[in-house]
Every structure is written in C-alpha cells, then in structure tokens.
Design a protein around this ligand. Structure first.
Ligand SMILES: [Zn+2]
Length: 177
C-alpha cells in the first residue's frame, strides 16, 4: 500500500453561497477530474466558485495549499455564466458543452497567452489575459453579427440549440424506456 503524504480536496460554492464538498482524493488529477465533472454536468445550475486545495496528512498545519481557485464568469463568446477562470493558474474554460471557449498561458512561448473557440478551430496568441478576453469578445461579436446576417456559418446559437435539443431527446428517450 502507498503511503500518502498529501490529500487533495475539491469543493464548489452553489447559487446560495453554500460550500459543497466533492470528496477527498490521493491524487490532484483525480480531485480535479471530480471538480470538472461536477461543473460540466451542472453548468446551468448557477455554481459560482470552486476550489482545489492540498492538505498534508498527519500535520497540524492550519492552512491548506490552494491549487485552484476558480470562479464562474460570463463567457466572452456564448454569453452564458459558464466561463470558469482559475486565479491560481491564470487560465479559463467555458463549460457549456457546445462552446468550450478557452484561455491558457502558452506552453511554447513564455509570457504569451493562447485563446480559442473549438467549434470552428479559432485560436489566437496575445500578450495578456485582458487581450485574450477582448480577442474572444471580438470574435463572439463577429459570430453574433453573422447570425444577424443570416449567414450559413455554424453559429454558437445553432450549436446551443442543437445541444438543447439533444438533451430533450435524451430525456424523452429515457422516459420511454
Ligand atoms: Zn462559452
């Protein structure tokens, strides 16, 4: 059996401001997976904040080490409050399944920030987090404008509608079983 020195504890703050625990894990990746699953499956439930901390076992340390401190913001592309920003690692991801806009510090170039929107493969490299946000916002505005022009582009609204339809179909087929 492994000797564990640290434990990893994810938690999330719900719409009423109450903290919900999501278990205790022996690995950071398992704890983060549990957190991501909770956020993905409940993206419309109004969760506001989430944390992942590390505690040392058998120690009287009164402070946990913060590994992630995430908060839900309005997404620059889809306009839903599903854009989770991590203040510790300075990255962000939209947890709306049809959107998934993201911001991350570049692993290839120091001091650069990448951002993108997977549905049509948009990516951009900028200097600051603020630039990444405005780049995504400009892009979101273009998408919204193309909706107004009734263009054929695969828009985020279409994606949202398709996603919502697929959920309805899922729940109907469950009822029929
Ligand atoms: Zn989004």
């Amino acid at each position: 059996m492994d000797d564990y020195e640290f434990v990893f504890v994810p938690s999330i703050v719900n719409i009423d401001g109450n903290i919900e625990g999501l278990g205790i894990y022996s690995k950071e990746s398992l704890a983060f997976d549990a957190l991501k699953k909770k956020i993905s499956e409940n993206w419309s439930s109004g969760y506001k904040e989430a944390q992942l901390v590390m505690w040392t076992l058998d120690s009287d340390d009164s402070k946990a080490v913060p590994l992630k401190h995430m908060s839900a913001n309005v997404c620059p592309i889809c306009d839903e409050r599903t854009f989770w920003t991590d203040a510790v690692e300075l990255n962000a991801l939209c947890y709306l399944p049809a959107c998934q806009a993201w911001i991350e510090s570049s692993d290839k170039e120091m001091d650069k920030i990448d951002c993108g929107w997977p549905p049509i493969g948009y990516t951009s490299q900028v200097d600051t987090l603020a630039d990444a946000l405005s780049s995504l916002r400009n892009y979101g505005a273009k998408i919204r404008a193309s909706v107004a022009d009734d263009s054929d582009i695969f828009t985020h609204r279409t994606l949202l509608e398709e996603y919502e339809k697929s959920i309805e179909e899922d729940s109907t087929s469950n009822l029929e079983e």
